[in-house]
Ligand binder design. Sequence first.
Ligand code: MOS
Length: 768
Amino acid sequence: MTQAPVHSRPAPATAERSVGKPIDRVDGRVKTTGAARYSAEYPYPDIAHAALVHATVSRGRIAGIDAAAASAVPGVLAVITHLNAPAMKPPPPVSMMNLSTLASGTTVNYLNTDEVHWDGQPVAVVVAETLEAARQGASLVRVTYETLPATFDFAAEEKNAKPQKSDLVQSGGATKGDAEAALAAAPVAVDLRFTTPPHNHNAIEPHATTAAWDGDRVTVHDGAQNMYWVRDNLAMKFGIPAANVRVISPYVGGAFGGKTMVWAGTILTVLAARVTGRPVRLMLTREGVYRTVGGRTPSTQRVALGAEADGRLTALVHTSVTRLGRVGGGPEQVTSQSRHLYDAENILVQQNLVKLDLLPNTVMRAPGESIGTFALESAIDELASELGMDPIALRMRNEPERNPIDGKRFAHRMLREAYARGAERFGWSERTPEPRSMRDGRWLVGMGVASAYHPSWQFAANVTVRLSPDGTVVVRCGFHEMGMGGATAQAQIAADALGVPFEAVRMEYGDTALPTGPGAGGSGQTASIAASLLSACEKLKRSVLALARRSGDSPLRGQRMTGVEARDGGLYRTGGAGLGESYAKILTRAGRDSMEARVGSDTRVGAIAGQVRFMSKLMLDRRRWVKAASGAQFCEVRVDPDTGEVRVSRWVGVFDVGTVINAKTTASQLRGGIVMGIGMALSEETLVDPRNGRIMNPSLAEYHVPVHADIPAIDVSWLDEPDPTMPLGLIGVGEVSITGAAAAIANAVHHATGRRVRDLPITLDRLL
Ligand code: MOS
């Protein structure tokens, strides 16, 4: 039996096109009524509860652990430390032949080592009959350390950064011409330094895991963006076949990249369940998320631009320093958009990395481009001021026909159209260019723009589609629904491909027992599933037609697929004659209780072959095209001249995201990214204590995300032009709208006040 969520409603009689409609999320009702079961809500009868003990030094060795007081708490079942934990395998080295090797959030073999690598690393797990006993026990574990010298001050260590060598996801370095020479020779130039702080993940649902062993098989409920990575990682760590691990993750309460990797909490829940022989639940506290789940890197960035007096860019330099942990983390593609956005004659991008004794960084919504566009798009605005040009005109002056860095073709590029429509909707022509020239009562009013840009990705996905004689369709794929509407979008796609009503389609997802789905990352999940789903639907229709062709009674007898269309719950000859019949009739006549089509194989050999096929297609694609979502962000701010308070008062975003599958969920995704961008611009900042490397503000009380009162009505729209290289022409919408958002605000703040703030967040002290 699958525990994947099941959503269906009675089917109305006729089908109409679903794609493009603002259909409510299929998982909306169960989520808003509390019926959806999240990872910490699986009721095993004999469940035990776990709590973590965190290291209080940044680097060192555990000298001693006194667990006596913790063990004496009534209800405590076990205090697991490196002194008594069973052995687990260390994370494997990263291999591009097996992408699940990327899954480890850190390289630390938790509770199998006495080494401490960051302040907050779990050093013990307390398991108890109740959550309260577990947490009380955890508070009583006494750990002593031999400390070692540690480096955790990014500002101080920045000078020790080394050039990034690998060019994975276009995040290393690249050059065209001689940008430094062109910069020196340019009649007009800016050469600027920007900084952005670390950010932490704050999904509504803190990370939680429930794990239950049955012999050498384990079932794991874990809010995940890539259940298969969780499965493979746990199998490797505990030395069992991947088939013995089932990860169930139907509902995820937000993730944004924070649930992509496998973090300590997941592994230690499975360990605690093995040690105690009981199902175990571990819900991280909000502070626990800050201590054990990576966040966004801080950055310092240099953007230097040189131009002719007419605004033509001759030089574009974008370099960055970001940090990794000494025990993991990856480069974020901070300079990636600078290869694509402007047709500069000379370009230099280079990323530099420094490793610190801190919890490794991880992906967070548009890792890299979110903060990279802040620097690039602020610098473009500054150059426009230097040139005395309108910032949109400067952008359009340098809008490329081909990818600037290497001359590749764009699969899709509609930034001109996005700006034209945005300017119209926003009323850009009413802006008076002079800073401090616009007021509303005592408020200084500013208007700013910036470009959004995020690459478009696709991954392999296995899908099955099953048709029943009652006309219902079941789509099965182990994908991830973190609240973005992915399941709804796929049901719409299946409905149209098979010519059935949206309500006739049921989606099963969020379970590794299903055909292997893609991870939800890189804004790539929807396109990835769509490609396989469309082929599965084609296969299914061919099989159904073949069945009908064999029957002397069928009006489809002798018909080929080219002359047949799927509509009204069946197959009909194209051209209006209406000859054809319903799926129900075809299947019933043939005595079939269902028909199923499958794309992709989940056998070991099949999976490897599929992955190789997919990767080669991806590589070929990448050689031919540059694919991305893009957009134009327009923002209006009001700044209090006495207090420096910044209010975002209006927002217009126009995006090129190809075909829009669901107008409602797309709008929500785009708005959500802008809201997160407003947080990045004005308030979000993780504070690391420079004395000891400890995060000082691990709570929503002290780490400030925007609240409703901070957010104006956000006007988002899209061009809805299909990208010819993508399935159904769709481009992922998960990340693009956070990019450019912080720059649009910083540019508007400059317009309002005349002050350039190049260090995020733009708190009021920076405006006084
Ligand atoms: Mo995203 S940072 O690919 O969840």
